[in-house]
Write a protein that binds this ligand. Sequence first.
Ligand code: MRU
Length: 320
Amino acid sequence: MRTIDWVDGAVEIIDQTVLPGELRILRLHTVDELIAAIQSLAVRGAPALGVAGAFGVALAARVHADDPEELADAVRRIENARPTAVNLARGARRAAESLPHGAQAVLAEACRVRDEEIAASEAMAALGADLMVELCGERPRLLTHCNTGGLAAVTVGTALGVVHELHKRGHLAGVVASETRPLLQGARLTSWELSQWGIEHRVAVDSAGPFLMARGEVDAVILGADRICANGDVINKIGSYAHALGARRADLPFVVVAPESTVDLDTASGDAVPIEDRGAAEITAWAPAANPAFDVTPHDLVTAIVTDRRVIRLDRGEKI
Ligand code: MRU
């Protein structure tokens, strides 16, 4: 099943804000509706955002075919709907390059972005499963953070795609999903996807992760990325850095799984990445809140990065 797709002239997504209570399909007909869905996290996760960005330009190309200014403005608004995942602006720009060839060409390019993400998920699942067995032995117990399944990447996902592949091969001994505050992508979405796949798992509060590692209850941390910088710094959901510190302290592998579309060689390090600050209302009504949505895991805490084409062993000094 595709969690985002182009169906009969509109973008169809699973509304991730109402899961796991309700499986609701949203049909997005306009750029404004698409941007609202991105900003409310009805569609989220770096690869899915890339596809959403490309389909958004396909929507714009149909409506504003005769108005280049409106069209350029729509592309800009889509690119900037969220700042941190590199895929969103990339997907939008890629589709926008086909604008001179008409709306049909834009849609065809957007469908290619979607298809490439589907293929990348399959490639990462195989590469990542091999690596986890190499690093952890035949039956690893894994801890994952945020949500990196099909909801975040069209079909099977990035890090969760690896978990799925290990399960299929009979090589998975256990999964802990950190609940992922403030919006609980782990508790709501990862847990729901694992249940759909029949994979037994436990949900832990974010602060429990390093303790579970220290107590020897997991063999590795595996998660996704919103952007991977040229030096190997990994930008991912807030809390990833703390898990990397816990893994280093417990001497466990910390493996990042993300498609090449998330690798940003134009950005030297995590210091240069805009970290999204989300609304205080997501946290509390009791006090002023700081709510950065992502953090930077320094490259020296990362064991390996798995993309759809490569396994980059940062622990061995390999370069992005
Ligand atoms: O704010 P979100 O839910 O869009 O953040 C998503 C993440 O941090 C994911 O872990 C990342 O995009 C990897 S998606 C396969």
